[in-house]
Design a binder for this molecule. Sequence first.
Ligand SMILES: O=C[C@H](O)[C@H](O)[C@H](O)COP(=O)(O)O
Length: 291
Amino acid sequence: MQKHPHFRSQFIKSCVSRFRTEHSSESAKSSMGIPLADAIEQSKRLAAYQAVDNHVLPEHKVIGIGSGSTVPYVVERIIAQGKEVNKGRVFIPTGFQSKQLIVDGGLTLGDVDQYPTIDVTIDGADEVDHALNCVKGGGACHLREKVLAEAAITFVLVADHRKNVQYLGTNFAQGVPIEVVPFAYAKVLQNLHHALGSPKATLRMAVKKAGPVVSDNGNFIIDAPFGREHMNDPYTIMARIKMLTGVVEVGLFCKMARAAYFGNADGSVTIRWNDGKVETINAEQVSEKSN
Ligand SMILES: O=C[C@H](O)[C@H](O)[C@H](O)COP(=O)(O)O
């Protein structure tokens, strides 16, 4: 693998900081006896590597890079394909974080207004259901992510096994991220509480700043939890939320992905395809390809 020391330190930092917020107990162990921290990171890495190996081919010249703590492994694997193949490519970010990953990795940066058709976009997910609907926006990037998902000929999700669920809202309980223009947030909240069936919807507040989270687009984010009756049919609730005046984008991506890759605790990778096929690549095959 080529060396990009600054890039490596950046993506490791990004993984570690996200990781700390996800795991309060650093000493917790997985069922395989591996510290939970390492096991989850390994699952993310395996899913990302396998997805890149299967979908980012030498003929692909315009590549969308998603956001979150799994995506640095995607970029790492793409860099490992070598300078020769990457010099003819342009990479489109979904936000500030992925832009940094692209630049720090020595890759060529582009934007979706220059490249409205993308060969392949690979992105993380907060949760993915049995029909490849997913929740995105845990990092407030879902507006740009959805544009790049739509622009992509092939859109692929990568995640660890905790995100692989039958119904959305199973593990990711904070709710559906909704990007809203700031002045409309109170009205959108009122509509979510009283008209759309999400009485616990809240404005997302920043952690190291007083006040709300502000997205890369200058907007606010509402997190709206919905019950199973809505999550059985995510497209319908997504469309209803999107119709609220002031809503810019909803973090429900319905049947957009060609495939979702999940790294498992035992080192295998499960691939769910949009035709309903489910495939598991065992640990030996995965690690052969990943080392
Ligand atoms: O806004 C953030 C994005 O939708 C992320 O792709 C999503 O939150 C998943 O992130 P992670 O890979 O860190 O679980």
